[in-house]
Design a protein around this ligand. Structure first.
Ligand code: ADP
Ligand code: MG
Length: 698
């Protein structure tokens, strides 16, 4: 056939321009991207249940004999067909929407394996829209795992499976199409299957063992490539003599004395470490790790102030515009209130071209001395007059490469290679051993305690039947002058999923709750200026309830918001839920977090209970890891550091350590890239660098 990985998907049978456009929407244009388009989950057919033992709202397979004829009813434009099936233990109702052919197809006395979700109606169960499998079909599917891909409207599972199967067939036939990047001895030593095999098994595993082997190999590969890339970028950073040594100034002392609160012991300790770095002999390279709400922003403000009062510029990068605007306002507020020498500028993507040019000018001529923004800060056009400090907030949201680019910004004049001080902040709890591997040469400061005077957040985990009472509770809090967040996992309704979505939820709330409540929505598909407007209004108390996706998850600080309702909480990772919860409990009022569990699985409930008992990010991450079996990984959305495609730094911690060892061994030989056995691996690295491929979120 002669396929190549770079060939467009249209080379495959059955894929024309129209389906190619659909594939493009899920990020797949060529064969390589198709092969790396991993399933989000696998469909495993259930064991047969007895009708007498069914549970409400569960997905089941029942082996039933059709025991009544088909009757029909019209409901609007819809035709609903009804029938019944029985096993030795009881009877179940069946209903089908707009499937008039059921009348002919379903024969009394025939036996089917009926698969679908059952609901209790009075004394009996109804299965809506069941899939009908013949005994032979059921037999064949048992124990099998069918891949489920993340889709887009118009693209279905069957089409993706067919396309992937063709691409796999080509790869298996032509040995050279997908070169093996791991030398044989590493594979043997680490007990890893070969690359082609791992792709075959990740897409079409015949049993759980194959899936596990595929994941292991792919996770190892991801970690190894990541670590090699990071080492390559960071080779030069260690202990560089400071190009910008500073002196302690009265300004930072004055800010500390004027603040309405005292730093906690931990904050104070970390501030001493930061100030020590910046006034010392070496360039700062420091990670500040602190749980949500531990008060990292003030440390950033102090560091920026130290740079500014030494006559330099400082810049702070945030992952979202909402957060950048908030930081900008905080600093401007400090400057006005405490007469600090900050001259802040805001640089984000939603500025007009003219505004941008203006800000660029102010940055270049030094008129502005603190620059706050999104990744707009690292664009080539931005030239800093005297940049001596760069801070990255919520650093796990940035690619490794983006962060490196930021730290190389410095003075921006040609030939000036002085490195600024670097500080990165993160709320992600990472055990120390892993942090050492992931952050290599960064010094790590940890803030463990939360500021005093906070009331602990009251939590509850409830089912969807509690929703009305949750809404009543929101009303009550709002009547007392507070504000509330509601988080839904989806933006808009989709055929693929029953999860709550922001658009419909907002409408429902507006219809049900009193008209006087001001309810708005916020999500990633909205225009940036609109998002800013909404956040601004929410911050000023002009919105009562903000229904949003996880866009509000990072950093947002609205002390007057006291209730957080999270819909389909079972769909999020515990660490992420903990982050979301961190949006409330930031002021002096009692705050509440209501986790609504949309699933009836006992395990989901058990996982969520962890949040009920603990507010400690480290403990929560650890428990999440314990309670999730290897098979549960997919379908749970973790933010930030779990953004490797397959690997998960918690779940696969031992793989990460193994990859780190191998990485050390490979790079011990400085000319490893010229060795024949590493040819494919080093070519892959070179290609990633050339194509500017970044790793999201470590
Ligand atoms: P995070 O670490 O999640 O970024 P923030 O820096 O946004 O947390 O701080 C959360 C809130 O706590 C802010 O309103 C901040 O002003 C306040 N805060 C910070 N430090 C203290 C402290 N030592 N005592 C009381 N409140 C504090
Ligand atoms: Mg923060």
């Amino acid at each position: 056939m002669g396929f190549q990985l770079t060939d467009p998907v249209t080379i495959l049978k059955g894929i024309g321009d129209k389906s190619a456009a659909l594939f493009r929407r899920v990020g797949v244009e060529n064969l390589e991207e198709l092969l790396r388009f991993y399933p989000r989950d696998y469909d495993r057919i259930e064991e047969v249940s007895l009708i007498s033992e069914l549970k409400d709202n569960s997905r089941v397979v029942v082996r039933g004999t059709i025991c009544s004829g088909v009757s029909e009813r019209k409901a609007g434009r819809m035709t609903i067909s009804f029938s019944q099936a029985a096993d030795e233990s009881g009877k179940i109702q069946l209903s089908f929407f707009n499937m008039p052919y059921m009348k002919k197809m379903l024969k009394k006395g025939s036996v089917y394996y009926l698969r679908g979700k059952v609901h209790r109606r009075g004394n009996s169960f109804t299965m809506e829209q069941p899939a009908l499998l013949s005994p032979a079909e059921y037999e064949k599917q048992q124990g099998k795992l069918l891949p489920l891909y993340p889709l887009t409207t118009g693209l279905n599972q069957k089409a993706v499976r067919k396309a992937v199967a063709q691409a796999l067939e080509a790869v298996i036939k032509e040995k050279d199409m997908l070169p093996e990047i791991l030398p044989c001895d590493i594979r043997v030593e680490e007990d890893l299957c070969d690359g082609t095999q791992s792709l075959e098994w990740i897409h079409f595993p015949e049993k759980e063992e194959q899936l596990a082997a595929a994941k292991k190999r792919l996770a190892f590969e991801e970690f190894l490539v990541f670590l090699l890339l990071v080492r390559k970028m960071k080779n030069s950073v260690q202990m560089v003599p400071s190009a910008f040594p500073m002196l302690e100034t009265a300004d930072t002392v004055r800010l500390l004395e004027s603040l309405p609160f005292r730093l906690t012991k931990d904050q104070e300790q970390v501030w001493r470490e930061i100030a020590g770095d910046m006034t010392g002999g070496y360039t700062m390279n420091r990670l500040v790790q602190g749980d949500v709400g531990s008060g990292k922003t003030i440390l950033a403000a102090l560091a920026l102030l130290l740079a500014v009062s030494n006559g330099y510029q400082g810049a702070m990068m945030a992952p979202t515009e909402v957060l950048a605007v908030q930081h900008f306002q905080t600093l401007r507020g400090y400057a006005e209130k405490y007469k600090l020498p900050f001259r802040p500028a805001l640089l984000t993507g939603s500025l007009s071209a003219k505004e941008k040019r203006e800000v660029y000018g102010q940055i270049e001529n030094g008129e502005c001395n603190v620059i706050i923004g999104t990744h707009a800060l690292i664009q080539e056009k931005v030239r800093y007059a005297k940049l001596a400090l760069v801070i990255t907030d919520e650093q796990h949201r940035f690619g490794v490469r983006q962060r490196e680019t930021f730290s190389q910004k410095s003075m921006g004049q040609a030939g000036d290679s002085r490195m600024p001080h670097v500080m990165v902040m993160s709320a992600t709890p990472i055990p120390r051993t892993l942090a050492m591997i992931l952050y290599g040469d960064l010094h790590v400061s940890v803030i463990k305690m939360l500021p005093t005077g906070r009331q602990t957040i009251k939590n509850c985990v409830v089912g969807t039947d509690y929703r009305n009472r949750a809404w009543k509770f929101l009303e009550k809090e709002i009547a007392e002058g507070r504000q509330a967040f509601v988080v839904c996992p989806m933006i808009e309704p989709s055929e693929e999923s029953e999860l709550e979505n922001v658009e419909e939820y907002t409408e429902k709330m507006r219809a049900v709750l009193p008209k006087t409540l001001r309810i708005e929505m916020l999500h990633g598909k909205m225009r940036q200026t609109e998002k800013n407007r909404i956040m601004d209004a929410f911050g000023k108390g002009m919105i009562d309830i903000l229904v949003s996706t996880t866009v509000i998850e990072v950093g947002v600080n609205i002390p007057n918001a006291t209730v957080m309702v999270i819909e389909n909480a079972e769909r999020f990772g515990l660490a992420q839920l903990h982050q979301l919860r961190g949006r409330v409990g930031r002021g002096s009022h009692q705050s509440y977090c209501i986790f609504i569990n949309g699933s009836d699985s006992e395990k989901a409930g058990e996982r969520l209970e962890v949040l009920n008992h603990s507010n400690d990010g480290f403990y929560i991450a650890e428990q999440d890891l314990k309670l999730r079996g290897p098979g549960d990984m997919f379908g749970i959305r973790q933010s930030g550091i779990l953004n490797f495609r397959i690997a998960d730094i918690y779940q696969d911690a031992d793989m990460l350590m193994a990859a780190d060892k191998v990485c050390g061994r490979i790079t011990a030989d400085t000319s490893w890239e010229e060795k024949e056995e590493y040819r494919e691996l080093s070519e892959l690295l070179a290609r990633s660098i050339r194509n500017n491929i970044d790793f999201p979120g470590i």
